[in-house]
Design a protein around this ligand. Sequence first.
Ligand SMILES: [Zn+2]
Length: 94
Amino acid sequence: MPAVSYYCPRCETTVELQRDGYLADKSVTPYPLDGWDYVTADEDYDTPEADGVRFVCGEDDATRDPGAAGCGEPFYLSFVKHGTTPAGAALDSR
Ligand SMILES: [Zn+2]
């Protein structure tokens, strides 16, 4: 799987996830979205049950920025849910 990089919305430290291309990303936010179920980067996030990934900046194994210590605050990657947004509906029609 390709590695996809995300940036902490607070301090721009980089994290990396191995992601399949079919999972479309919605957004990276400093707070969780209502109704989304988050798993950590160490768990199996590539399942239909996971709506997103909760990072702790600088403290996850996924943090790949050796020049940055991270801010220690959580941030959230939210996947597009199939059918709930125009982008998600487009995924369903594939
Ligand atoms: Zn940070």
